[in-house]
Design a protein around this ligand. Structure first.
Ligand SMILES: O=C(COP(=O)(O)O)[C@H](O)[C@H](O)COP(=O)(O)O
Length: 318
């Protein structure tokens, strides 16, 4: 059976792995669209062959980055919508599902933004970490409500996603102060809110987000600065309801230190975890499109949303 993955899908997977496409929501949208691309490109002769190709494409995309659960959740959404007994009906339903996914993604982010914006007051300064479109949706909605905001933006080593956040905020005319990550605690006295996104939210309310989030949250708590996570429900990790843990991606050591510089230093170990876990007690609120939750009660929403799940979205009942 031919289970070739379409070259365009391989290209999207490579872009996700190399972080040309990055951030949990954006990855999810790209993955769903890639499945639609696979569906359109397929010249499968039978429904079984079509399904096998879709599974191969999903598996290929799934293996790109392990932490953002929005990726398997996006694949699951498309597989749940894929229905039929002929290649044409399967193709059309998969393409329709991918389109539905993208429009739900956009709407969810807008709705979430409205809710998160209610936590921000006119004149507030927010501190950001990394680049989260969900977090920025809250800022955008607050600006739309006529509130004036300013921002302290952590650069977010080693990939400096803070620069993307700074650029977006400047496009919205928000005054930005860019700081190195290690200056965060010093600047907490000058901010009213810490606002972060999530790659995954676990059933116990733990927030998995860009490395440095947990330290920031502990410092924010110590300084009495409220910290919220903006996370659409596609960031909720179904596997954590049945005891699975969230895999933390370890990225290339060269992102941390240039190989030639490393050689000059001598024999050292370098590690580059991309994400960390913030325990629920250090997070004030998780803002979703379905409302704002204290982290410990996010499990009620998860129970409502997830029935039978499988670790890999294209296996088992979908
Ligand atoms: O940690 C990151 C991005 O990490 P990376 O740059 O390694 O992908 C973001 O905070 C979340 O993915 C949420 O983003 P969004 O709100 O856009 O889904």
């Amino acid at each position: 059976m031919d289970t070739e993955v379409a070259p365009a899908v391989e290209a999207v997977a490579a872009d996700i792995a190399e972080m040309e496409i990055r951030g949990a929501a954006t990855i999810a949208g790209a993955a769903a669209e890639a499945l639609a691309t696979q569906a359109r490109a397929s010249d499968a002769g039978t429904a079984d062959q079509f399904r096998a190709e879709m599974h191969a494409a999903a598996s290929y995309l799934y293996d790109t980055r392990p932490t953002a659960v929005s990726l398997p959740n996006a694949l699951r959404f498309v597989f749940q919508g894929m229905d039929g007994t002929t290649v044409e009906s399967l193709r059309q339903s998969a393409v329709d599902a991918a389109e539905r996914f993208q429009s739900q993604l956009d709407r969810a982010q807008d709705d979430l933004g409205e809710i998160g914006a209610n936590r921000l007051r006119d004149g507030d300064t927010v501190m950001t970490h990394c680049h989260s479109t969900d977090a920025l949706a809250c800022v955008e909605a607050a600006l739309d409500q006529g509130k004036d905001l300013s921002a302290v933006v952590k650069e977010t080593r080693p990939r400096n996603q803070g620069h993307i956040t700074a650029e977006q905020l400047r496009q919205w005319d928000v005054p930005v102060t860019l700081i190195v990550d290690s200056a965060a605690r010093r600047y907490l006295d000058e901010v009213d809110h810490v606002l972060v996104g999530a790659d995954a939210v676990a059933a116990d309310g733990s927030v998995v987000n860009k490395i440095g989030t947990s330290g920031l949250a502990v410092s924010a708590r110590e300084r009495g600065v409220p910290i919220m996570t903006a996370a659409q429900i596609i960031k909720l990790h179904p596997g954590t309801m049945t005891g699975h843990t969230v895999e933390i991606e370890m990225r290339d050591e060269d992102e941390v230190i240039d190989p030639s510089e490393r050689e000059e230093i001598g024999q050292i170990t370098v590690e580059n975890p991309a994400f960390d876990v913030t325990p629920p007690r250090y997070m004030d609120a998780i803002v979703t499109e379905r409302g704002q939750f204290p982290p410990e009660s996010i499990v009620t929403l998860m129970r409502e949303l997830f029935g039978e799940t499988s670790a890999r979205p294209w296996e088992g009942p979908v």
